[in-house]
Design a protein around this ligand. Structure first.
Ligand code: IVH
Length: 666
């Protein structure tokens, strides 16, 4: 019965590390997100009870650091130099010849690796624990970005027993998918787009607030293993294998070659296949394998003589915009896409390029028929860079007045560059709305991930989120990569979601500008979905924090016939359309006292206080021994110091919310 909490903490950490490795490094999860979360919550709970046991390598400590003022400079153990480039086969041949000459004709083996387009990072482990991460900077001195790097899930916080002091160098990248998502959300917030995944990765690693880095889903691929600034293994090939053993992600697309022809074949193969990779590459790195030979070859002032980057061809070309079509993305955003006279750009035929939005077309002063420069930057969707010459018979382009997919209304908010379709059942928007609907803070349907949603929509099994409630185990079990058991679980999770309270149902509808908080306030103010649907713009603004813009979005939503149909079907499916009054005592936080300090990420002070009290907890203004938890946000001040002095557990907003969300475990 009374297992020592220390043992349990130790086992939970081990379990969580193993599952993080399976998920983030190997991409082969063994447990569901919900199971992972519950292990994590149990560990958080134990650590909150025993704050003295918290160690920096605990899986709970990925996003621990508070935002900082600036980055501290940190010197590198040995220079982080760049690579010389070979821009064509001739230059690559030249490199191989030079190596051969310098080695006096001794045979050399080479390792070919993909050249990931991100930014390099040196990560130091002390006694096997992640201690410091430093950007390349000028090669001699970089910036300490440890708190941010810790949030990269494929970067282990702790290495296997006996690893000691090591330095791992590698590339921090953002996948194209994460990049597109980030830009889509920036569009939505009226922020400027990142030009390519590399800039986005760099921007995400060099922000002062680690919670931002954490949200950007960076990835890390290791390519060098050092101790005291020197390679640790006799060959680079062995070092890569060792890095894998240590739990790092090492790019699987690598080859050890002894013939020049193999090297050329590798370069050619990946030039052709690069579009299939989930991340951008800009070439291949070719390295002499034996470290002894690397040492003999040495370095020039700016690059090693034992390695070269074979860069893929320039990726701009000139062509003509034949027409402009409007596509509807997953968020309902209308994106103008230029149809081009097909042209080869860096080995790929390009016939379409994104124009992003109406303002971008205006900025380019682009009209249909113009001659333009197109570019494939960072391997993302090609884009039009500029107009090279106006077409002789050019025609201006206008955004459509209705959604080109469903014919529904479109709207452009004053401070946004994007037009969007307001019909949430528009097929183009469907996938995104299902993912939103099933997300954890919304209807919390575990197991309904992107791959499954794609199948459900592409096979015509789901035409609206309401169809989820009609799915059967047999139907789901018949899908790719689904078994009887996971199908059964999914259907059970969908069933269970019918009991979710009204605020979740409101936010599940995916009404623009209505997130969790607004949904809660609307539920509080109106008490039922029908009352909200019936309210006019004036009445809606009676709800706390609902201004004219939000009210307009809500009204637009319910004015759309299709959305009203959706609401009726959700009612028929048995979702909660009225507010159930929550008991104020006996809640999950009953008997606990909280002190708030600093600015929380999403909740205001007032809101946090309200939520704690609604869950049965108390909020006090000063820290004492009786304080159960201090909830610290950005720029937390002396209360945080006091908490540390008194050994009062410090938690963040996420933990607070999970205590409120997971009664019985807090
Ligand atoms: S080796 C001195 N291997 O390319 C050895 N670099 O242009 C330098 N890069 O700064 C690094 N993938 O950021 C190496 N497989 C790979 C790489 C790689 C991407 C980046 C790295 C480096 C830049 C040089």
């Amino acid at each position: 019965m009374s297992r020592d909490w220390r043992d349990e903490i130790g086992e939970l950490r081990k379990e969580l590390r193993r599952h993080e490795y399976l998920y983030y490094v190997l991409d082969q999860p063994e447990i569901s997100d919900a199971e992972y979360d519950s292990l994590m919550r149990r560990l958080q709970q134990l650590e909150a009870e025993h704050p003295e046991a918290v160690t920096p390598d605990s899986p709970t400590q990925r996003v621990g650091g508070a935002p900082r003022e600036g980055f501290v400079k940190a010197p590198h153990s040995s220079a982080m130099l760049s690579l010389d480039n070979a821009l064509d086969e001739g230059e690559l041949r030249e490199f191989l010849r030079r190596v051969d000459t310098l080695l006096g004709g001794e045979p050399a083996a080479y390792v070919c690796e993909l050249k990931l387009d991100g930014l390099s990072l040196a990560v130091h482990y002390r006694d096997g624990v992640l201690a410091q991460a430093v950007t390349r900077g000028d090669g001699a001195v970089g910036e300490d970005v440890t708190a941010n790097a810790r949030t990269i899930r494929s970067l282990p916080l702790r290495l296997p027993e006996g690893a000691g002091n090591l330095e791992i160098r590698g590339e921090t990248i953002m996948t194209r998918r994460a990049f597109e998502r980030l830009n889509a959300s920036r569009d939505e917030q009226g922020l400027s787009r990142f030009a390519n995944p590399r800039n986005a990765a760099a921007g995400s690693l060099r922000v002062l607030d680690p919670t931002i880095t954490a949200s950007r889903q960076l990835d890390f691929y290791a390519y060098a293993l050092l101790a005291d600034g020197e390679p640790l293994r006799a060959t680079h090939w062995e070092a890569l294998a060792e890095l894998e053993r240590l739990g790092f992600k090492v790019n699987p697309h690598r080859r050890r070659c002894t013939q020049a022809s193999e090297i050329f074949a590798f370069c050619a193969e990946w030039e052709a296949r690069r579009e299939q990779l989930p991340y951008a590459i800009d070439g291949v790195v070719i390295k002499v394998d034996a470290i002894a030979q690397q040492r003999r070859l040495g370095w020039t002032a700016k690059a090693p003589r034992w390695a070269i980057a074979f860069k893929y061809a320039a990726r701009q070309a000139v062509t003509v915009v034949e027409t402009i079509e409007v596509q509807v993305g997953r968020t309902g955003a209308l994106t103008p896409v230029a149809h081009l006279r097909p042209v080869e750009v860096g080995g790929v035929t390009v016939s379409r390029a994104t124009l992003h939005n109406e303002d971008e077309i205006a900025r380019l002063q682009l009209q249909i028929g113009d001659e333009v420069v197109v570019e494939r930057s960072g391997d993302v969707i090609p884009k039009v860079v500029r107009v090279r010459a106006p077409g002789r018979e050019r025609r201006p382009f206008r955004m459509p007045a209705a959604c080109p997919v469903c014919g529904g209304h479109v709207r452009r908010e004053e401070d946004e560059a994007i037009w969007r379709c307001v019909n949430s059942s528009c097929p183009a928007r469907l996938k995104e709305s299902i993912l939103h609907f099933s997300a954890r803070p919304v209807m919390n349907i575990d197991g309904l991930g992107e791959a499954l949603v794609d199948q459900l929509v592409d096979r015509g099994m789901v035409h609206s989120v309401a169809d989820l409630y009609d799915l059967t185990i047999e139907q789901v079990a018949a899908l790719e990569r689904m078994g009887e058991k996971s199908a059964r679980n999914l259907i059970a999770n969908i069933d269970r979601s019918r009991a979710n309270p009204l605020p979740r149902v409101i936010s599940a509808l995916g009404i623009r500008m209505v997130g969790e908080r607004t949904a809660q306030l609307l539920a509080d103010a109106f008490g039922s979905l029908d009352a909200i649907a019936a309210a006019d713009v004036e009445e809606l603004q009676q709800a706390e924090e609902v201004g004219p813009k939000v009210a307009r979005c809500i009204r637009d939503f319910f004015d759309e016939e299709r959305n009203r149909e959706l609401v009726e079907r959700l009612r028929a499916a048995g979702l909660q359309f009225t507010q159930e009054r929550r008991a104020r005592t006996g809640g999950p936080l009953n008997g606990r006292t909280f002190v708030l300090t600093g600015t929380l990420a999403s909740l205001t002070r007032e809101e946090a206080k309200r939520r704690i009290e609604a869950a049965g907890g108390k909020v006090s203004s000063s820290v004492s021994k009786k304080t159960s938890y201090v909830v610290a946000g950005e720029e937390a001040g002396s209360k945080l110091d006091k908490a540390r002095q008194l050994g009062v557990p410090v938690i963040g907003e996420t933990e607070l919310l999970s205590m409120i969300e997971a009664p019985g475990e807090a």
